[in-house]
Design a protein around this ligand. Structure first.
Ligand code: FAD
Length: 116
């Protein structure tokens, strides 16, 4: 049986979850309705509650309390999420990501065409 068919560890769960979250930001409207804004905000709060890694979930809920979710536009939400991911990166001693490039990483692909 290949390793990819085993239950996910914290790292694999994390990579898959960030992929989902940044992809939600990538498809979030540039001009969201009040309902779309409250939907994504409620989703993030529930996500932080239900995230299946206890310490991660606890810290992420605290982060959301401190740094209010910004969902007024795709740009706002994408940047908020990028900063949230960077906070986790810092906690884990990983390099931070330059948030000016979140759309190239998660929405449009890199300018040099390496994702084509
Ligand atoms: P990941 O951090 O998973 O990132 C995947 C890819 O996203 C990177 O390769 C990069 O291309 C891109 N990226 C990196 N930073 C950013 C950014 N700021 N914005 C946009 N794109 C970016 N693990 C723990 O051990 N302890 C925890 O407390 C913990 N808390 C977590 C909380 C949440 C909400 C989530 C979703 C995950 C958490 N994790 C935690 C998992 C951890 O964040 C990583 O996912 C895991 O360690 C695997 O790391 P990685 O190096 O593969 O890259």
């Amino acid at each position: 049986v290949s390793r990819k068919d085993c239950p996910p560890d914290v790292e694999q769960l994390g990579r898959s979850s960030w992929t989902l979250l940044h992809s939600i930001a990538a498809t979030y409207p540039t001009n969201p309705t009040p309902t779309e804004q409250s939907d994504v905000t409620n989703f993030m709060k529930l996500f932080a509650k239900l995230y299946p890694c206890w310490v991660c979930a606890e810290d992420f809920q605290k982060y959301i309390e401190k740094e209010k979710i910004k969902a007024g536009s795709r740009n706002e939400f994408g940047n908020w999420l990028c900063e949230a991911h960077n906070a986790v990166n810092r906690k884990l001693g990983k390099p931070t990501f330059d948030c000016r490039f979140w759309e190239e990483r998660w929405k449009d692909g890199w300018r040099d065409g390496r994702c084509d």
